[in-house]
Design a protein around this ligand. Structure first.
Ligand code: GDP
Ligand code: IMO
Ligand code: MG
Length: 425
């Protein structure tokens, strides 16, 4: 398999975990390059459901090396818990899982700051974060006061951490939040450091060596284009670049090394947390999509907001990521609908537009222009070949490709590995 970047093309939860697990059959290495344990990637194998937050979704294929890249923010206690869960299912991680020494560490004060900001924000300021400390940790990284995995496993960690915690406590106290017991935190993190140390490596060298040797590498994006810090619906976004450019900075690989980009899109749209969502449905159809698609956050359990497929969003995601192929997921969720709508443009302040305005207040005023197509009202969940799908289902996915100018590579009609129709990928 060529070196591939796989990215979410909507607001996250497109089914990236499932597609990564399918494609990993042919990959030597899977690399996460951004985000942290705000991500929740679901992999269903047989009757078992696994939800991954930091560990790449390729972990259930024994031949694959999994790397947590430098662009990821790592909560060491959350990582150890996830590793223990995976190992308890009989999966070996020794010499298979690697954590970048350049990745930044999430501390409890990041979580406390995240929580405090969300609680103290007025309704309009709330982002609806996962409260995993992601924003404050990336904030420290950019402010050059963060601590990295290399610091965590350094013998001088206690002294470095103490200075940092004292500063963080002053900020928390100024915000009226509880300060932290630095001794306890340092003890917990020192213990975690000892357990993580055997997995820590120079990931940049590891990944580039693999690329040079011609190995197949799959870069696993978290979140989605509309949650990207630069291209998403700012400020209702996450704090990293989940788009394809993030692969270079978050893994240390040169742009020309990436052979192709696969974008994952749901056959409709969902979003968790606050922020504009032009094709959102608050009616019975929205509820049906939530029910049929089991749309509850894999990390926080929050119900996901649901709506029609938004071709403006998908076209934009295709452009900024350079998507070569779509992996279209959850087609089966639309099976019972008599008619289906596709958002093809926006009406905004008396104008029709086919791009997303940067001004968030303007985006909030955008109303979708819909195209309506007939549903197929037949079950697609058991299809194993594209040819077996009802004509109207084929027409629907082809229309999504036509409107977005991207070919279809994979089509997913159920959560399991077997429910994947491979076309061009
Ligand atoms: P990710 O964050 O992009 O990896 O996506 P999540 O795991 O958060 O959410 C996707 C959900 O949809 C998970 O519960 C998957 O098991 C499920 N899923 C993935 N593909 C399909 C599909 O084609 N059909 C159905 N019905 N469910 C799917
Ligand atoms: P995966 O990888 C869906 C959303 C949160 C919130 C915003 C900021 O599973 O697709 P953060 O905690 O990152 O500061 O929250 O981003 N969010 C996600 N929504 N899927 C995700 O990841 C998400 N990760 C963050 O709900 O709106
Ligand atoms: Mg998810």
């Amino acid at each position: 398999m060529p070196i591939t970047a796989l990215v979410g093309a909507q607001w996250g939860d497109e089914g990236k975990g499932k597609i990564i697990d399918v494609l990993t059959e042919e990959a030597d290495m899977v690399v996460r390059y951004q985000g942290g344990n705000n991500a929740g990637h679901t992999v269903k194998i047989g009757d078992e459901t696994h939800i991954l937050h930091l560990v790449p979704s390729g972990v259930f294929r024994p031949q694959t090396v999994c790397v947590i890249g430098n662009g990821v923010v790592v909560d060491p206690l959350a990582l150890l818990k996830e590793m223990a869960d995976i190992q308890s299912r009989g999966v070996t991680l020794k010499n298979r899982l690697f954590v970048s020494d350049r990745a930044h560490v999430v501390f409890p004060y990041h979580r406390a700051l995240d929580e405090t900001r969300e609680t103290q924000a007025t309704d309009i300021q709330k982002i609806g974060t996962t409260k995993r400390g992601i924003g404050p940790c990336y904030g420290d990284k950019v402010s050059r006061v963060g601590l990295r995995i290399a610091d965590l496993v350094d013998p001088g960690f206690r002294a470095i951490a103490r200075r940092r915690i004292e500063e963080a406590n002053r900020i928390l106290e100024a915000l009226g939040a509880e300060p932290f017991d630095s001794d306890r935190m340092i003890e917990d993190y020192t213990r975690a450091a000892r357990q993580i140390a055997p997995y820590v490596t120079d990931s940049v060298a590891l990944i580039n060596r693999a690329a040079k040797e011609g190995r197949s590498i799959l870069f696993e994006g978290a979140q989605g284009a509309m949650l990207d810090i630069d291209f998403g619906t700012y400020p209702y976004v996450t704090s990293s670049n989940g788009t394809a450019g993030g692969v270079c900075t978050g893994a240390g690989i040169a742009p020309h090394r990436i052979d192709r980009v696969i974008g994952v899109v749901k056959a409709y749209t969902t979003r968790v947390g606050q922020g504009p969502f032009p094709t959102e449905l608050t009616d019975e159809v929205g509820k049906l999509l939530g029910r049929e698609g089991q749309e509850f956050g894999a990390t926080t359990g929050r119900p996901r907001r649901c709506g029609w497929f938004d071709a403006v969003v998908a076209r934009y995601a295709a452009m900024i990521n350079g998507v070569d192929f779509w992996a279209i997921t959850k087609l089966d969720v639309l099976d019972s609908l008599a008619t289906i709508r596709i958002g093809v443009a926006y009406e905004c302040d008396g104008e029709t537009r086919d791009t997303i305005p940067a001004n968030i207040r303007m985006l909030e005023r955008c109303r979708p222009v819909y195209e309506e197509v007939e549903g197929w009202q037949t079950s697609t969940g058991n299809a194993t070949r594209y040819e077996d799908l009802p004509e109207r289902a084929k027409a629907y996915v082809n229309r999504l490709c036509e409107l977005t100018g991207v070919k279809m590579g994979l089509l997913s009609v159920g959560p399991r590995r077997e429910s994947t129709l491979r076309l061009a990928v």
